[in-house]
Design a protein around this ligand. Structure first.
Ligand code: MTE
Ligand code: CO
Length: 389
């Protein structure tokens, strides 16, 4: 800092005048100096306002929780503004008793709190054929990590009574898209939640207010928002979103079927193209790792394009099917860096390179790109999305 430092010697307005009182903002908001921390979209990706997607500013966040106002959104029919008093959840199909729940009914059932990531299967999809978007917000920002309050789906299904041939459920949204997906009954009875709160407060309209299904570790598309109906059946429905969409076309013309689980993945969020290195000397490298199969056990980081790896420090809660936060505290002397991170989970799964993924899956994919990301840091600190061939 300059000497004398005007930040010390000049009396600032906020020290001279009274500030606003508590009534100014009955619902709090971030400091005006944080106005750049927002969800952003990619113009050429967002054809219309209705079928649209935006991205979480991962490079501005820390810890493991995504604040509600910064959770990315993906809508197939725009944001439904559902009146909770008029919202109903119906359970029908292969059950002993067809049931209809009001929001009040659901809030009188035993509830639980769990932290889970939601990742759109299309996250990093634009990167299948090569490095494309400059910023982890755009390459990896179709993910959020939230604490949900909700009722275990198992309790609702038990109340309805499952017929012996009940093998699948179909979950359906109340939005204009009426989005629907099939979920195997084992998953429905295992850890799915019917959630009405996120990070302690009511779901945001963008996230499916007043009710959404939480499908831990599985692709975001299955987490139907504005949930209005669950039909129980003996086979999958083969809805649009699980046939023409959210399947991966292989090199031989066949498609992978029902790729529900999100495999282990990680990304360095700082430094990254929107968050270049500014100072020589001590620096904090940080990022996030997650696995739909279980718990992150280890993240390795390289600064030199894979020649040398070091094990990052996991910090904060490390929970199954949740984002975990990692750090590498390092010294930078202005040399060029090729930064990568590689996640491992408690099933022994190791995050693959993009070359390894393409060798198995070919070049026709969009969904389920969990390949290792590379950031090139130049001598002036500017950072770019690149691939090492
Ligand atoms: N549910 C309904 N009813 N309508 C939708 O358009 N989009 C799906 C899923 N559930 C969608 C939906 C997709 S593709 C994703 S990735 C997630 O919701 C996004 O959840 P979010 O908007 O909370 O990020
Ligand atoms: Co999606």
């Amino acid at each position: 800092a300059a000497k004398p430092d005007p930040a010390i010697t000049e009396v600032q307005d906020w020290s001279r005048f009274l500030g606003e009182g508590v009534a100014a903002h009955p619902y709090g908001k971030p400091s005006k100096y944080e106005a750049h921390v927002v969800k952003r979209d990619v113009e050429w990706l967002t054809a219309g306002r209705e079928s649209s997607v935006n991205f979480t500013p991962l490079h501005e966040l820390d810890g493991i929780i995504t604040p509600n106002g910064l959770c990315f959104e993906r809508h197939h029919g725009g944001i439904a503004e559902v009146d909770p008093a008029k919202h109903r959840l119906m359970i029908n199909g292969l059950v002993d008793r067809q049931l209809v729940f009001t929001m009040d009914d659901i809030k009188r059932m035993p509830r639980t709190n769990r932290i889970y990531f939601l990742e759109c299967a299309a996250n990093s999809g634009m990167e299948w054929r090569g490095a494309q978007l400059n910023g982890c917000q755009f390459t990896h920002g179709m993910i959020h990590n939230v604490m949900y309050t909700g009722v275990p789906l198992r309790l609702l299904l038990e109340e309805a009574g499952l017929k012996t041939n009940a093998k699948w459920i179909m979950v359906e949204g109340g939005d204009a898209a009426g989005m629907n997906r099939s979920i195997p009954i084992e998953k429905a009875l295992d850890d799915c939640l019917i959630a009405f709160k996120m990070n302690g407060e009511a779901l945001r309209a963008e996230q499916g207010y007043p009710l959404r299904i939480v499908v831990p570790g599985w692709e975001g598309n299955m987490w139907v928002k504005w949930l209005r109906r669950i039909e129980v059946g003996d086979q999958p429905w083969h809805a649009r979103e699980e046939t023409s969409k959210y399947t991966d076309l292989l090199a031989d013309g066949r498609s992978r079927r029902f790729t529900f689980v999100m495999d282990a993945k990680s990304v360095v969020t700082n430094p990254s193209p929107q968050a270049p290195l500014k100072f020589k000397g001590p620096n904090v490298l940080t990022g996030m790792a997650w696995s739909g199969r279980g718990t992150i056990t280890r993240v390795d980081v390289t600064l030199d394009g894979g020649r040398n790896w070091r094990t990052a420090r996991l910090d904060g809660p490390v929970l199954p099917r949740s984002v975990a936060r990692f750090y590498v505290d390092f010294d930078w002397q202005g040399e060029e860096l090729m930064i990568q991170s590689r996640a491992m989970d408690d099933t022994g799964y190791v995050q693959p390179t993009k070359a390894e993924l393409r060798a198995v899956r070919g070049l026709n994919s969009i969904y389920h790109n969990n390949g290792i990301q590379t950031w090139l840091v130049r001598a002036n600190g500017e950072t770019e999305n690149v691939e090492i061939s």
